[in-house]
Design a protein around this ligand. Structure first.
Ligand SMILES: Cc1cc2nc3c(=O)[nH]c(=O)nc-3n(C[C@H](O)[C@H](O)[C@H](O)COP(=O)(O)OP(=O)(O)OC[C@H]3O[C@@H](n4cnc5c(N)ncnc54)[C@H](O)[C@@H]3O)c2cc1C
Length: 400
């Protein structure tokens, strides 16, 4: 059985980043991945993820600049540009929009610069949008996208160059903590380590079961669609921003400028259905597809064109939809990193935080909101902060 300072269990976006930062810190580190690295069965494939300072919570907004800084270091070491700032539009129904208000309040509290635009001003800046008067809009210049597939690959390659091992096709089937560390049984043999980083994404509930625990993680199958817009030039990078529509607990959407394909990507946030990571389908959800078309026809009509393809992906969410970045209670040698369905932008930073926790037992950042002892993870009566979409289209999207 080979022994390592640290084993990273699960090498998607977060685990690959942990592998990199651990190797960079000089640890003897092994990554275990059940599939081939870069596979499309989890959460970290496809071209783009939104990265932004505009968050609806101070804990995230304070971490966000560090996340940009970590990506910059990976860009410098790999020579590959991974983050593209496009500017970002956050918008939604103006009336009683608690979600959008939370973003504004957070940016004010943290001192993040932003502009509030009227719908008319927004359409002057970006005539691709068609907005009614009762929409509230903010613009933040640092919003952009991070290349998920390449970011994950870059972390893994740089980690290997610094001496890390990454074993693919090694599915962990048992996790046995002991007083000195952890022993893992896998389909590729047995391994032991002093510290274990659990970065299994949608498989977190299953990994917890291996430790005799339960954790209320909801896994949903989500999807993104690339549209072959007839007006592709209007949506090129530099001409069109990243955008997020905050539906205020109703349907929310987001999208990107042209990137990765000669097509424009858009999606419904949390538009999918609950699934199991090992029993999921890769089929398109027709309700979410219809809803997205309705939204785009109303608000960004010139973007709509034939679909190039729709790709599915998994969200893994604690009931408050907040990250888990903590030492597992009662198991000082096991660390958990969960991105809660919005974690890729922070992947590199999370890898660094896990490195600090594994090697130093602490980080310079306040991670208390992402701890295991919060009500969302300890109170079985906790009401989920998200709602799984049903078949109903809200009044905003009934035009088409
Ligand atoms: C449609 C969609 C859009 C998103 N948009 C954004 C966005 O705009 N911005 C943003 O910041 N985030 C976004 N996210 C969220 C972000 O992509 C995820 O939070 C992030 O990619 C999660 O990475 P991960 O490493 O935790 O999970 P994964 O990438 O799924 O990696 C987990 C890995 O663990 C491995 N594993 C699991 N169990 C075992 C085992 N027993 N043995 C060995 N290996 C195992 C899996 O095979 C997998 O490779 C989006 C997610 C989706 C699905």
């Amino acid at each position: 059985m080979s022994h390592h300072d640290v084993i990273v269990l699960g090498c998607g976006g977060l685990g690959s980043a942990a592998l990199y930062w651990l190797a960079r810190a000089g640890a003897n580190v092994l990554g275990l991945e059940q599939f081939e690295h870069g596979h499309e069965q989890g959460s970290s494939h496809d071209h783009s993820r939104i990265i932004r300072l505009s968050y609806d919570g101070v804990a995230y907004a304070r971490l966000a600049p560090y996340s940009y800084a970590c990506w910059s270091e990976v860009e410098a070491e790999s020579g590959i540009k991974l983050v593209h700032k496009t500017g970002g539009i956050d918008f939604g129904p103006a009336e009683d929009n608690a979600e959008l208000q939370a973003v504004i309040d957070t940016m004010k509290a943290v001192g993040t610069p932003f502009e509030e635009w009227t719908p008319k001003e927004t359409m002057q800046h970006f005539p691709q949008f068609t907005l009614p008067d009762n929409v509230r809009v903010i613009y933040q210049a640092d919003t952009g996208l991070v290349n998920a597939r390449q970011g994950t690959q870059a972390h893994a390659l740089l980690a290997k160059a610094r001496g890390a091992n990454l074993l693919e096709g090694a599915k962990v089937t048992a996790i046995k903590p002991n007083k000195d560390g952890v022993t893992l049984s896998t389909t590729a043999g047995e391994f032991s380590c002093g510290k274990l980083v659990l970065s299994v994404g949608p498989w977190l509930g299953i990994a917890m079961q291996m430790l005799g625990r339960t954790l209320p993680i909801t896994v949903t199958r989500e999807q993104v669609t690339y549209f072959k817009s007839p007006n592709i030039r209007d949506f090129a990078m530099g001409r069109f921003p990243v955008w997020i529509w905050y539906g205020n607990r109703e349907n929310s959407f987001y999208g990107f400028p042209v990137y990765g394909e000669v097509a424009v990507k858009a999606a419904e946030d949390l538009g999918g259905q609950i699934t199991h990571p090992d029993k999921r389908s890769f089929e398109k959800d027709e309700r979410s597809d219809r809803t997205l078309h309705h939204f785009l026809s109303d608000f960004i009509p010139s973007m709509v064109g034939p679909e190039l393809y729709t790709k599915t992906c998994l969200y893994d969410m604690p009931p408050d939809r907040n990250f888990i970045l903590d030492i597992l209670p009662g198991e000082p040698n096991i660390l958990v990193a969960d991105g809660a369905g919005h974690g890729f932008k922070f992947a590199s930073l999370i890898g660094k935080l896990m490195t600090d926790l594994a090697l130093e037992g602490k980080t310079p950042h306040d991670l208390s909101e992402f701890a295991f002892d919060r009500p969302a993870l300890t109170d079985s009566q906790f009401k989920p902060a998200f709602k799984i979409q049903d078949k109903v289209l809200t009044e905003w999207f009934t035009k088409a």
